[in-house]
Design a protein around this ligand. Structure first.
Ligand code: SF4
Length: 372
């Protein structure tokens, strides 16, 4: 590992870096063995050029130049929600909201499959009238007609259907798996710290509940993604603490397919009016690079979200530890409601161009990271 990486952040940093050569060598050894602690991560975040260099090296060693994406479609089947997340511009009261009929859901799936989609991602609001049987029916109806992977229902939705159906989360997950569920999105994680959750999403599941539902899914053989919602009231230490919680789960279960940082979108929501700061490009870079370094070697896929970051920034993230760009999507109502400027669909050709222009090799993948 070269030792002059901090030269770009100023002469003082460079001299300090140079003097601390032995410290850095020791730290780099810990990173490679997956043994860094929170203080090490904080130290790296404060020496960004060094952090970025390590993140890029680890990405290269783990994934080479291949950058993956999946052809998928998002279906937000209802925006009716009893939740009160302050960052949400998507939810509606029952009287004003929508609930897609099965025919509409199936026609969206058909359109996606005709466009080579291999994954259908289903998420929605917490509709007060829906029970686990309704959620299973959506999966069964799709699976009986189409050969696609169903990536559906966040831990919050699983908690909600368990309450509405008078069942445990374990029973709910078993039912969903029997219906044909392939994997679950690790959304609703936000920041896994109850003091922050109390402010940004007071009635959402607590940290311990999110972790328990995810671990239960993993134990049942249902993999999930892992996410972080960054750029609101949380500190750098909170972000690092969150990624370490993800690492601890991954060490125990191995059930995460990838880690996806999600930038907080400020428009049209209460939290956006409370938070008086812009999220800089370098904030985003640091979160992605930290994820690569902290999660090494337990979770080797770090994804950047083009829906949240936009096409230009997402391409830049490939230089800072990212090896996956997520899905083509074909529809994404939730981010758009909060001011995302990115479009609803990026074609496989556009993905491949973006990756090739960055000097990398594009590869289409399955949800579970099998190269297709
Ligand atoms: S983020 Fe999801 S759970 Fe929270 S209010 Fe919005 S739709 Fe409901």
């Amino acid at each position: 590992m070269e030792n002059n990486l901090c030269s770009t952040v100023g002469q003082t940093s460079f001299i300090r870096t140079f003097e601390m050569k032995d410290d850095f060598d020791e730290l780099y050894g810990k990173v490679q063995k997956g043994e860094i602690d929170k203080d090490d991560a904080l130290f790296l975040a404060r020496h960004p050029s060094y952090l970025f260099g390590i993140a890029d090296e680890l990405r290269k060693a783990e994934k080479g130049d291949v950058v993956t994406y999946v052809v998928n479609r998002n279906i937000n089947f209802t925006n009716v929600c009893v939740g009160d997340c302050k960052f949400c511009a998507f939810r509606e009261e029952k009287e004003k909201g929508y609930l897609l009929s099965m025919d509409v859901v199936l026609s969206k799936v058909e359109e996606a499959v005709n466009n080579e989609a291999t994954e259908i991602c289903i998420q929605g609001g917490l509709h007060p009238d829906l029970e686990v049987a309704d959620y299973c029916r959506i999966i069964e109806s799709i699976k009986s007609r189409f050969d696609v992977h169903i990536h559906a229902y966040s831990p919050m939705e699983i908690y909600h259907m368990a309450r509405n159906s008078d069942m445990s989360e374990l029973e709910v997950l078993k039912e969903l798996k029997n219906a044909g569920l392939g994997s679950i999105p690790g959304t609703a994680a936000e920041i896994l710290d109850d003091s922050i959750r109390e402010v940004i999403c007071p009635s959402k599941i607590k940290t311990g509940e999110w972790i328990e539902i995810i671990k239960t899914a993993h134990r049942l053989g249902i993999p999930s993604t892992a996410t972080i919602l960054y750029g609101h009231i949380e500190s750098l230490e909170d972000r690092i603490g969150h990624i370490f919680k993800i690492r601890a789960i991954q060490k125990e279960t191995g059930g995460f397919t990838e880690f996806v940082p999600l930038k907080f979108m400020r428009k049209n929501n209460e939290l956006g009016r409370m938070v008086n700061r812009e999220i800089s490009f370098w904030d985003s870079v640091t979160v992605h690079a930290l994820a690569r370094v902290i999660l090494h070697p337990y979770c080797v896929n770090v994804q950047a979200s083009w829906v949240k970051l936009g096409v230009m920034d997402v391409q830049q993230m490939l230089r800072f530890g990212v090896n996956d760009l997520g899905g083509t999507l074909m529809e994404e109502s939730i981010s758009k409601a909060s001011g995302s400027l990115a479009g609803e669909y990026m074609s496989p050709e556009d993905f491949e161009q973006l990756i090739t222009d960055a000097g990398r090799t594009p590869r289409r993948r399955s949800t579970l990271y099998k190269l297709l």
